[in-house]
Design a protein around this ligand. Structure first.
Ligand SMILES: C[S@@+](CC[C@H](N)C(=O)[O-])C[C@H]1O[C@@H](n2cnc3c(N)ncnc32)[C@H](O)[C@@H]1O
Length: 245
């Protein structure tokens, strides 16, 4: 099972969030960068030879290597519920000699349990240059990303799961009601809601379909008190958490 990202615009998103459009001459680590779509953003100023991509999806790493041979592609065989169900739990980051001005992770910790996110953020921070920044996205379930549609981010996800017939409308309404006051929660396979707990029942690898983690902005502030948290930009639904050295 491989996953090829069809999302684009990551450079525009992160350069706006970081207030810097000139990334040329800077080492960049794209954590969970998949096939490297950030390099395809027409606004990108990243030097391909200064771009490193680390991902738990082996096929994406292989594809990225073919498209951008002068960049650096590293397969990271760490467990991920959906993306690498047979991976190694708590595997440390592979050794890299370089340090990075920007480490970005678009839509990676939105699929990762909290223990993993905290462990990985701590490890990634150690790979920053003294003037560097780590920027990663998260999804606030109660935030209305697209004002005009009057559905919040969780409802948007539930609408999608309903349209795809993964869950019924009644199940969607039930999840929505139960998640109302939660600071954070995980929605597994569209229907199984785990509120403020990592005690997720075990699913056979072939049943590990989706693992969407939602965090409120206040909760992220409590986890990362020194971070700057910014609302979505570039018509996206994801907030950005920025940690500077
Ligand atoms: C939703 S995709 C986003 C891909 C890419 N950032 C983009 O915007 O196109 C999430 C990516 O994170 C990767 N991933 C998930 N958990 C990871 C982990 N613990 N370490 C590194 N990559 C991970 C997945 O394999 C997948 O490529």
């Amino acid at each position: 099972m491989t996953f090829t990202s069809t999302r684009f615009g990551q450079f525009t998103y992160f350069s706006t969030q970081l207030g810097d459009t000139n990334w040329s001459g800077k080492n960049i680590l794209d954590f969970g960068g998949n096939v490297g779509n950030i390099l395809r953003d027409p606004n990108s100023t990243i030097d391909p030879e200064r771009y490193w991509c680390l991902d738990v999806d082996k096929d994406s790493i292989e594809q990225g290597k073919v498209s951008f041979p002068s960049s650096h592609w590293l397969f990271y065989d760490r467990f991920s519920f959906f993306f690498n169900p047979n991976g190694v739990r708590s595997l440390p980051l592979p050794h890299m000699d370089e340090s990075f001005t920007y480490i970005v992770a678009y839509s990676v910790f939105t699929n990762t349990c909290e223990t993993d996110m905290l462990e990985l953020v701590a490890e990634l921070k150690r790979k920053l240059t003294p003037d560097g920044a780590l920027a990663f996205t998260f999804i606030d379930p109660h935030y209305m990303s697209w004002g005009e549609c009057s559905r919040n981010n969780l409802q948007w996800r539930l609408d999608l799961e309903t349209e795809r017939h993964h869950i019924t409308e009644a199940e969607a309404n039930d999840v929505d009601a139960r998640a109302q006051n939660a600071k954070w929660f995980t929605l597994v396979n569209g229907a199984d809601l785990y509120i403020e707990t990592e005690d997720v029942r075990s699913y056979p690898p072939e049943e590990q379909r989706t693992f969407h983690v939602f965090h409120t902005t206040d909760y992220m502030r409590s986890l990362f008190p020194n971070a700057t948290i910014r609302p979505p930009v570039n018509n996206e639904m994801q907030h950005c958490c920025i940690i500077r050295n």
